[in-house]
Design a protein around this ligand. Structure first.
Ligand code: SF4
Length: 428
């Protein structure tokens, strides 16, 4: 998918600064192309690769600035590999950093004092031209989430707050991007974090004739008016973090509100009644999880007719309360798993209480295999919510077949480019 934050950076770059955008997932990076400054967005999973890229440029004496989620979660670490680190949201900091560096007074650390009041900057998507992304258009109407789930890196970075985009800006973007049959993905971390603001947006979108998907907390199922408004403005489905069906697990992750008003079953029934498809996510490895937890979640996801679902082990992201707790309990197998050469995708980086590490890894894969078995796919295809629209039924079959073929995903692959040789260059 198009990396929308890069388009926001492009929009924040003054017109008299020539810029080039390379997506490391899609194309080789021309390290020898002359440039005055390189900006890299760093996620925890891509940190190792980002430092490899930074080392290539810094070896050629090109200064490197890094920002993004991982810079906010691990500023000291990122600062070791970058000439400048931007800690916080780009809207406030990127123009200042760029101005400093182009006028020869660049600093090493740029830290935001607060969050922006509003997401006013419209992304400049012209940087995506000629690149092969999925034909889904991404739009951000709000950033952050008011909840404080223990494992969540998003809420750790945005301190359980949400900032919204002006509705007029969202409408302008949607109108510029919409085409017949176009599907939109509102990438908001939790599109219903601020219910009143969300309803205002859905009312404004009602006449646009678009189809969209998004991400929401299960609390949306407690508000029939909100669901009706979402459906009326083209909502096709929502990613919802159910995480666990156990009260102890949800309590420990600070997500006990998932059990409100009848809990997950009642939420699913309400969502189905409003014709909203669900991509449910589940995590395993909390202290009360045992072998039975996997079958319980898989059966629930299948019986409730989820469109798709994810079954993953818990991952302690740095900067989260979960990471701090596991570290204090001496349960981190790989303290900096994102940089550890021995760590691979799919490995459990901590010591679970309820079962051995290997069993947790295997049971997550087995849960995916069961959910994407043909019997489960055909059973879920029978749910009216998944089959009543022929276009979405086709999508259902295609996406489920794709997941079925890719149950192990990137498991066992190293983080970063394993073929890269050299030293990660540190700032002296
Ligand atoms: S509801 Fe979702 S986005 Fe919000 S804190 Fe919990 S996991 Fe994070």
């Amino acid at each position: 998918m198009e990396p929308l934050p890069a388009a926001t950076i492009a929009a924040l770059t003054p017109p008299d600064v020539e810029r080039r955008f390379y997506d490391d997932r899609l194309e080789p990076i021309p390290f020898d192309e002359p440039t005055d400054l390189v900006a890299i967005s760093v996620e925890t999973y891509t940190a190792r690769r980002a430092y490899q890229i930074a080392s290539e440029y810094r070896r050629r004496r090109v200064p490197v600035v890094m920002g993004g989620f991982h810079a906010a979660l691990c500023p000291d670490e990122v600062a070791r590999y970058a000439d400048a680190v931007v800690i916080g949201e780009a809207e406030e900091l990127f123009p200042r950093m760029l101005d400093d560096w182009r006028h020869g007074r660049g600093s090493h650390v740029y830290r935001a004092e607060s969050r922006p009041r509003s997401l006013r900057v419209a992304p400049d998507r012209s940087i995506f031209r000629g690149k092969r992304y999925l034909p889904i258009r991404l739009v951000e109407t709000a950033r952050g989430c008011r909840f404080a789930c223990e494992f969540c890196a998003i809420t750790a970075v945005f301190t359980a707050t949400q900032v919204r985009a002006p509705i007029e800006r969202v409408l302008t973007e949607v109108r510029a991007l919409k085409r017949p049959g176009q599907l939109f993905f509102f990438i908001d971390d939790n599109i219903v974090s601020d219910l009143a603001g969300a309803k205002e947006l859905f009312r404004a979108l009602a006449g646009e004739g678009i189809r969209w998907v998004g991400q929401a907390s299960s609390t949306v199922a407690c508000d029939e008016e909100c669901l009706a408004l979402m459906r009326a403005c083209g909502c096709q489905g929502l990613l919802i973090g159910f995480e666990s069906l156990g009260a102890e697990q949800l309590g420990q992750m600070n997500k006990g509100w998932n059990l409100a008003r009848g809990g997950p079953s009642a939420a699913m029934a309400t969502l189905r009644r409003h014709g909203i498809r669900v991509y449910g996510t589940f995590i395993f490895g909390y202290d009360h999880d045992d072998a039975a937890a996997f079958a319980r979640s898989v059966n629930f996801a299948r019986d409730e007719g989820m469109f798709i679902a994810a079954f993953n082990h818990l991952t302690p992201f740095p900067g989260t309360p979960l990471y701090t707790r596991l570290e204090a309990e001496g349960r981190l197998r790989f303290p900096a798993w994102w940089l550890d050469p021995a760590y691979r995708y799919g490995m459990v980086p901590f010591i679970p209480r309820g079962m051995p590490v290997e069993e947790l890894e295997q049971r997550c894969s087995a849960a995916r295999r069961a959910f994407y078995g043909w019997d489960s796919i055909f059973a879920r295809a029978q749910a009216r919510v998944n089959r009543h629209d022929p276009w979405m039924l086709l999508n259902f079959l295609a996406i489920n077949a794709m997941h079925r073929a890719d149950v192990v995903g990137r498991n066992h692959l190293p983080l970063g480019d394993a073929a890269w040789t050299g030293e990660l260059l540190r700032v002296s």
